[in-house]
Design a protein around this ligand. Structure first.
Ligand code: EPS
Length: 376
């Protein structure tokens, strides 16, 4: 299974193509649109989201909402394109309009300009923008629908915003409640503090990141590999998380805390009472690069959005003069968007690992092969 995406932030639309989906997977468009709308939500989101109301359009690869086994192509239209047509239209536009040369620290602007031989950072930022993640949410939701038929679910929540942290522990079932909260947090007192922090940062023209936890329930053991480094499940899932704009750190299970503990306080001891079991899950559901049947636990750190309304110090790429970095509008905090995107890329990367192991041209074959697996 493979996903290709295309599209610019203010271009006509974003498009995605998934290759390798089996036939007869029922596509639930309402669920796709629900996740698209959740990706647009959250306290601290900027004015762009008032313009867009993202909806997925399936272009090919399905008939009467059942996949055909052919590439599944889809699009999400950018409503803002109507305001940008004369600046960005591929078939002809005024490239002198809305040029960006006050390159933003933390964005792709400067390095991208040099790498791609450009003089207008618009040619870099339009693609580097996190707007691209809308189609990754479409693909991720299709992947969820594939995984759900095998009994596998992906969920998550926001653990902290700019250092305001929820240190609680929650069951997988409790996580769903996060999505109806303004910051996808489960501790409402902590969430209030985090919202006040966002308000303060907004007044100062600043931005916030945070930490997100993603969990996977119901995956049998043995996905991934202890034989091939490139197929290790933890490597593949963390690469998927790191592929999301603004993610700067990832952890599996105890993560960085393993380094502070003795081995006896890290490794999950094994017991048997008719079946193998453990009483802890510090490994986060992955041992030796393979799922071990426990819940998969991943965490990711999102950096603050690099477009600051107060403007950071930088240098104009053309004049080489010191200036304040470019800004038009910005999210103060896009942590809820990131949470939905991270769930989506996790679901997609997991579907890839599952389909590589199981193959299957149609969903009945996939389901039969999954249920025949011996696993924990
Ligand atoms: C982004 C800048 C902002 C964000 C955008 C990501 O867009 P604009 O420049 O149009 O105000 O809103 O994210 C989205 C549009 C989205 O849908 O997530 C950036 O520079 O990365």
């Amino acid at each position: 299974m493979k996903l290709t995406t295309a599209g610019e932030s203010h271009g006509k639309c974003l498009v995605g193509i998934i290759e390798g989906l089996p036939s007869n997977l029922k596509i639930n468009i309402d669920e796709i649109n629900r996740f698209l709308s959740l990706r647009q939500s959250g306290y601290g989101r900027g004015a762009r989201q008032k313009i867009e109301s993202d909806k997925a359009e399936i272009l090919s690869g399905a008939r009467n909402l059942l996949t055909l086994g052919s590439p599944l192509a889809f699009a999400v239209v950018n409503k803002d394109y109507e305001n940008w047509r004369d600046v960005i239209a591929p078939e002809g536009c005024d490239v002198a309009k809305k040029q960006v040369t006050a390159v933003r620290p933390g964005h792709a602007d400067l390095t991208g300009l040099i790498k791609y031989g450009q003089t207008d950072a618009r040619n870099i930022l339009e693609r580097a923008s996190a707007r691209e993640t809308a189609v990754r949410v479409v693909a991720g939701t299709v992947a969820r629908q594939y995984l759900r038929l095998l009994g596998v679910e992906v969920s998550g929540y926001v653990k902290s915003v700019c250092g305001v942290a929820d240190n609680g522990e929650y069951t997988f079932e409790q996580l769903e409640a996060a999505k109806s909260q303004p910051l996808f947090m489960l501790d409402k007192e902590v969430q209030q503090k985090a919202m006040r922090k966002i308000d303060e940062l907004q007044k100062e023209g600043d931005t916030a990141g945070g930490i997100i936890e993603i969990r996977v329930k119901g995956l049998k053991s043995g996905f991934g590999s202890c034989m091939e480094y490139s197929e290790k499940l933890d490597a593949r899932l963390t690469a998927a998380l790191m592929s999301v704009q603004a993610i700067k750190g990832v952890e599996v299970g105890l993560g960085f805390d393993v380094a502070n503990r003795a081995g006896s306080a890290v490794h999950d001891e094994i017991y048997y009472n008719g079946k193998f079991y453990r009483t802890t899950n510090n490994a986060g559901g992955i041992e030796g690069g393979m799922s071990n049947g426990e819940e998969i636990i991943l965490r990711a750190a999102m950096k603050p959005i690099p477009t600051l309304m107060k403007g950071l110090n930088t240098v104009d790429y053309m004049t080489k003069q010191p200036v304040k970095a470019s800004k038009e509008r910005s999210d103060v905090c896009a942590i809820c968007a990131a949470e939905i995107i991270l769930e989506s890329v996790t679901a997609f990367a997991l579907s890839q690992a599952v389909s590589e192991r199981l193959g299957g041209d149609n969903m009945d074959e996939v389901k039969a092969r999954y249920s025949a697996l011996k696993g924990l």
